[in-house]
Every structure is written in C-alpha cells, then in structure tokens.
Design a protein around this ligand. Sequence first.
Ligand code: ZN
Length: 197
Amino acid sequence: MVAAGADIVHFDVMDNHFVPNLTVGPLVCEAIRPLTEAPIDVHLMIEPVDRIVPDFAKAGANIISFHPEASPHIDRTIGLIRDNGCRPGLVFNPATPLSYLDWTLDKIDLVLIMSVNPGFGGQQFIPGALDKLREARKRIDASGRDVWLEVDGGVKVDNIADIAKAGADTLVAGSAIFGSGDYKATIDAMRAELSKI
Ligand code: ZN
C-alpha cells in the first residue's frame, strides 16, 4: 500500500464485541512495523480499550484512536495512549455527538469521523458525515491546535474531493483501493481529484 502511494497505514482492530466483526491484534501490527517507515494509525474498535493500549504501543503504533463509548474513562484512556508514547485520537460513529470534543480536543491529535457504521468494509458513505466533518473542522480550527481530521468509510475516487472540501485532511480508503485491480492507479486518481480543489 505504501509502495502504491499511501502516506499512512490505517490498522482496523475489531473484537466481535464492540463491533460485529473480528480482525487483527498487536502481533500483526508488530509484523508490519519493520516493513514500512510510514506511520501506523491504529483504529481500535474494541471494548475495553485500556488493557491493550500498551501492547499496540510496543508493537509500533504511532497513533492510537478509540471510540468514546468503549471507554468509561475517556480522559484516562487518552492519557494512557500519550504516556505510552503514541498520539491519541477519538473516533465518532455516525450517531456519536461531537460534544465529546468539549473536554478532550486540547489533549488529542486526531479526530476520526466514521462515515459508515464500523464493522465491515465495502459500505456506502453516509452523506451526513460531510456536515459532521465541517463542524469538526470548525472546532479544530478554533482550538488552534494541530489536530488531524480523518474520515473512514466509503471513501472513493468520486467522493474524495467533497470529503476533503468538508475539512478532512486524512482519508482512509479500504475497499476502493483493495477492490481495484491497480492500487497505485486508484491512489493516483484520488490524488488527482484532491489536486483539483
Ligand atoms: Zn478504521
């Protein structure tokens, strides 16, 4: 993926409890780490969160993000991720309010807006995510902090420009790339769309 032009590795961790699917854990992250210089962006869709944070930090994660619904002590989890040498991020499901940012935006480095309900690849982008991105962008700009605004779910060549215009600066694409015959051509086409903005 990085050879095909991606800037970061987005690593989806699902537990068949917080989300209805099961993927990979720290051992696979550890196996990927020596293969790339790119940042590894670990998206935890698991509950509980805290126990596994040090394992992913040791496995080479650069960013660790989690869903606020999955941690009873959000501020503590953010601090735990930071204390383990990683950048903390907060993830917002389609129905999760951005009010979680009221008391966290000064402590996190990533806001991840889900544009599908997490659990499966290949889902359609939920249009309401664009309004949420615009609102998140306003909050981040007002904070004056350097916080990435990432979007995850249903990102494709034909909607990537609208998503970036809504304020996203970090774009996760899974099936749009992996389902295409030519990873590099698809990433090039996405970059070409972004360059038109
Ligand atoms: Zn993800």
